[in-house]
Design a protein around this ligand. Structure first.
Ligand SMILES: [Zn+2]
Length: 91
């Protein structure tokens, strides 16, 4: 136990920096490491971008229903404007 704590210092690189979070490629210590959200490391900008995109897609998915509803209503009001006899009331 004592030896474990002796070897554990804030200067030591955390375990997660040893490999890419996306493709699991080993990250050489003297190579560029692309960080994301402070807790994920990637071997390349491409890998990081992919992770960001998938994370954003996950975050947006729950908002998607309200978003598509809003889009639908604006498209519907556009259609209303083309109808000359129609009365368009915008609340
Ligand atoms: Zn990678």
């Amino acid at each position: 136990m004592a030896s474990y704590y002796a070897g554990f210092s804030s200067y030591e690189e955390p375990h997660f920096l040893e490999s890419c979070s996306l493709c699991r490629k080993h990250l050489p210590r003297n190579s560029d490491i692309f960080m994301y959200r402070g807790d994920k490391a990637f071997c390349s900008n491409e890998c990081r971008e992919e992770q960001i995109e998938s994370d954003e897609a996950k975050e947006k998915s729950w908002k998607l229903s309200s978003r598509s509803l809003r889009k639908k209503s604006s498209e519907a009001s556009k259609d209303c404007k083309t109808v000359r006899t129609g009365t368009l009331v915008v609340a």
